[in-house]
Design a protein around this ligand. Structure first.
Ligand code: HXC
Length: 514
């Protein structure tokens, strides 16, 4: 008995060295933590329970059976974050480059199945060279098994992907199917085909970093939602993000009981908007003054900066925030902003997180680039996402709300539960200058001084529409409120909507313009 217990202890010890001490040292030299070190940091102390530690790969091709690594390059199991259950897999790059074999995939699928049955988030710590090349098609099939589960779990349990090493080939598609992707600067890459293949096929010379590093995916593709300087920071960020989301689609997000807010926040909000309505300002100033102190967590902050999305709290309750950003491209909506906004809205709606929209939008970005690349379908995504969302939705129009962009940004007729406007709001089909030019074209052309006439007509149009009262008269906004009242109005509004129940017409699924 004693010997058998000792045998188990020895086997466990062996499991913990993955691909061997030399490879672990090399891994550490690159500034990376091992698969197990990452899990220890991610989970609350002593909460990790491993599953499948003795699973081995089964292939005999290319001498794979000559050196067998227990666990087959991935550590899987469950544990807790802030006392809440999560399922986790962590790929071990020291074992055949974290490559995905049939058994490696089966271990991941096992914990995904458990997560789905038990309604808890799935966290993948990815560090993998892709499909295990020696195994051939069974490893490819292993990827498909994971993709299938990612898709089935989508909208049921939150899924998070940490990219902590090279992720090539199939290794990128599972993260892309999850809700949030974190990347570590300098040590992580994501690409479908690496620089060598790119060189052969397209004759482009590009570094791994430029092709698929954290910065590239944060700024250019939008695949990366959160960038971290190292593994430790990435894990800390994930531990924070998870506090805003519920365990699954059938539960409410956790509520914090301690929060702070100073009255000074409410009064200083009056000073954010510039006197001149064409001047930019940073909408994050407004967000930070509305939500509980230090509670705003921005998502995709380096991508499509003309729209800001992120989580915050109002008296401890999670909300998702979507705001036009006048400091970037005057806050116009374009293809990337529409995609970014739509995906975030759908996440919030999937997981019962109420949505606040702060609107200051002059319109859609014009031009051939936008039209030829499909702003029509991409803009429609944002319309679809808002119109489909059944979570409580409140819009506050702070300044401009023009044209189609007004409609898109969670307008009342698109189903917003409550719609407010600040006294500075301008709600019209277009800006006064452009409007005057079109509807008074003849009068301006025939005037003795056309410029003077144009200015006069512009002022006339602005007098009628550059305010919130025409919309309020029609009930298109529910009330005109002072900036300093806004936080309290939102708290009361979301409280009133807490038990909102709305069902979509029965259907298999809608057909969002992809
Ligand atoms: C088997 C692999 C492997 C793989 C790496 N290794 N990738 N073994 N299958 N896919 C092994 C290496 O042989 C090496 O073993 C160890 O892992 C470390 O790899 P190195 O190359 O020494 O490390 P590094 O220099 O850091 O480079 C890492 C890397 C590179 C960039 C990931 O290994 C690489 O390019 N790998 C192949 C990536 C790739 O093309 N994958 C696509 C697979 S196809 P030893 O024993 O020497 O330590 C795919 C399609 C799925 O995934 C499609 C689904 C839609």
């Amino acid at each position: 008995m004693k010997d058998k217990n000792e045998e188990l202890r020895q086997k466990r010890k062996a499991n913990h060295v993955g691909g061997g001490i030399a490879r672990i040292e090399k891994h550490h030299e690159q500034g990376k933590l091992t698969a197990r070190e990452r899990i220890s940091l991610l989970l609350d102390e002593n909460t990790f329970h491993e599953i499948g530690a003795f699973v081995e790969q089964r292939s005999t091709a290319f001498d794979l059976d000559k050196s067998v690594f227990p666990g087959d390059g991935v550590v899987t199991g469950f544990g807790k974050i802030h006392g809440r259950l999560v399922y986790v897999f962590s790929q071990d790059f020291t074992v055949l480059g974290g490559s995905l074999s049939e058994s490696h995939s089966a271990k991941i699928c096992r914990i995904m199945d458990l997560a789905l049955k038990n309604g808890a988030p799935i966290i993948g710590l990815n560090d993998s060279g892709g499909a295990r090349i020696q195994e051939g098609v069974v490893s490819l099939s292993g990827y498909s098994e994971i993709f299938f589960r990612n898709t089935r779990a989508s909208g049921v349990v939150p899924q998070f992907s940490m990219i902590m090493g090279p992720c090539a080939g199939g290794a990128v598609y599972s993260p892309a199917l999850t809700d949030f992707v974190f990347m570590v600067e300098d040590t992580s890459y994501m690409f479908v085909t690496g620089p060598n293949v790119v060189k052969t096929v397209t004759h482009e010379s590009v570094s791994s970093e430029d092709l698929g590093g954290a910065k590239t995916h944060a700024e250019k593709s939008g695949v990366n939602h959160f960038t971290a300087q190292n593994d430790v920071e990435a894990i800390k960020k994930l531990r924070r993000l998870i506090t805003y989301v519920p365990q699954n689609a059938y539960e409410e997000p956790p509520k914090t009981t301690t929060f702070s807010f100073s009255e000074k926040q409410s009064s200083s909000i009056e000073r954010i908007l510039p006197e001149n309505n064409t001047m930019p300002y940073d909408c994050r100033q407004i967000i930070n003054l509305l939500v509980d102190q230090d509670s705003f967590l921005e998502v995709q902050e380096d991508y499509a900066k003309n729209i800001v999305v992120g989580f915050g709290r109002l008296e401890g309750r999670s909300i998702g925030i979507v705001s036009n950003q006048p400091a970037e491209l005057a806050g116009v909506l374009d293809i990337n902003a529409s995609r970014k906004g739509a995906r975030f809205v759908r996440f919030c709606d999937s997981f019962n997180i109420p949505i606040l929209v702060l609107e200051d939008v002059p319109g859609f970005l014009p031009g051939t680039d936008q039209e030829w690349n499909g702003i029509i379908s991409h803009g429609a995504k944002l319309i679809y996402a808002f119109a489909e969302a059944t979570v409580p939705r409140i819009t506050v129009i702070t300044r401009k709300a023009y044209g189609g962009a007004y409609c898109v940004m969670n307008s009342k007729s698109l189903g917003a539960d409550l719609s407010y406007a600040w006294p500075t709001a301008e709600i019209a089909v277009m800006g006064a200058r452009g409007a005057a030019e079109i509807i008074f074209k003849k009068e301006i052309r025939d005037a003795q001084n056309p410029t003077e006439k144009w200015l006069e007509k512009e002022a006339e149009y602005a007098e009628v529409f550059a305010n919130p009262y025409r919309a309020a008269e029609r009930g298109i906004v529910d009330d005109v409120i002072l900036p300093s009242e806004t936080r309290q109005v939102l708290i009361k509004g979301f409280e009133m909507l807490e038990k909102k129940a709305e069902n979509l017409p029965l259907k298999k699924h809608g057909n969002i313009p992809l």
